[in-house]
Design a protein around this ligand. Structure first.
Ligand code: TXA
Ligand code: MG
Length: 319
């Protein structure tokens, strides 16, 4: 435990030195913690895939601190993308844009576009400002498991793989960024996330939601069974499901109601979708430690962050 503690802290200087040496550092963002490395260094980027046991066909998101810095590794920034970036960065929105040769192919799994965003977290923004390179960073969890929303979540699972975890406290948004790309006049949503698509609407004429697929080489992040606890998750009407299963065998994940007769976690007693998103991954981790055979969950209202919550719940249930 003592060793783990020294691995976690707010020492930006230490994070900077490690990253400059090509090592991995876990960084806080407003969405989830990322497992970061120098995005210009193919060997450093490879270490991310190894540490996470992530398949090489699943590309990484590149984090930077200004639109000017992003322009240095992009072929072009279409005007629609520029408007979105100016409106929502720093924030939970990732844009797929054509990369130039500065970004090695290993980062994008050979795809011509790179996923870019400016994260909204003061510690990581300070760190990015001090570095001469952007940071490639997927969520800091073993591949396929639930994304971390605290430094301790990262230490619990990747503590042995990461020399330093920059501790920025609990993540403010709690679900990963919304990923969008552009095709002609269309804006395509590849992953629902921390930025509500209602907020994007005024900036995009034609928004299309990409359906999930279990093997889509265009957007590997769409792998359906993702974000999954080890205990099976069932989604439906809680009252009906509770009639069906023995109470000692289940744990309940509810949106706003309490279920005192069973083990349960309530995401937001006041029915606030932002609070529910903030609590979602932590709740799934806690439920996954309970001595039960099934996790029973219910969907939340399908707007704003509710869409991303429902998306993560169905992916958790898919495996
Ligand atoms: O909020 C977030 O987005 C967090 C924080 C750390 O920024 N990152 C994150 O990364 O969730 P990750 O690896 O868990 O998800 C990244 C997903 C990939 O699974 C992939 O589908 C998509 O982003 N992606 C990345 N680069 C892509 C590309 N060039 N083309 C298509 N999809 C891409
Ligand atoms: Mg991930």
């Amino acid at each position: 435990m003592k060793e783990l503690k020294s691995k976690m802290g707010t020492d930006i200087g230490r994070a900077k030195i490690l990253l400059e040496q090509g090592a991995l550092v876990a960084i806080p963002t407003e969405t989830v913690y990322g497992l970061a490395a120098n995005a210009f260094d193919p060997e450093a980027a490879l270490r991310i895939f190894e540490a996470k046991r992530r398949p090489s066909f699943d590309p990484l998101i590149v984090h930077t601190h200004s639109l000017e810095k992003a322009a240095e590794f992009l072929k072009e920034i279409p005007s629609e993308a520029r408007q979105l970036a100016e409106a929502f960065w720093p924030g939970p929105l990732t844009l797929l844009l054509p990369k130039n040769a500065k970004i090695p192919d290993v980062v994008t799994s050979g795809l011509p576009a790179v996923a870019v965003r400016i994260p909204r977290h003061p510690l990581s923004l300070q760190l990015l400002e001090q570095l001469d390179f952007p940071l490639a960073a997927p969520s800091a969890n073993p591949f396929g498991y639930i994304s971390p929303t605290t430094a301790t979540h990262v230490a619990d699972q990747l503590g042995d793989q990461v020399p330093y975890i920059l501790d920025g406290g609990p993540c403010e948004v709690g679900v990963e960024s919304t990923i969008i790309g552009f095709e002609g006049s269309k804006t395509i949503v590849y992953r629902l996330g921390g930025m509500g698509i209602e907020d994007l609407a005024p900036y995009c004429t034609d928004i299309e939601l990409m359906p999930h697929s279990s093997s889509n080489p265009q957007a590997p992040g769409q792998l359906k069974s993702h974000y999954a606890p080890r205990i099976p998750v069932l989604i439906g009407n809680l009252t009906e499901m509770l009639r069906k299963y023995p109470k000692e065998e289940v744990a309940v994940l509810s949106f706003r109601d309490f279920y005192p007769e069973v083990r349960h976690i309530t995401l937001s007693p006041s029915g606030d979708l932002n609070e529910a998103a903030q609590n979602l991954f932590k709740a799934l981790r806690e439920l996954d430690k309970m001595p039960v055979r099934r996790i029973l969950a219910e969907r939340v209202p399908d707007y704003g962050l509710g869409r991303a919550i429902n998306d993560r719940l169905s992916r958790a249930a898919a495996s």
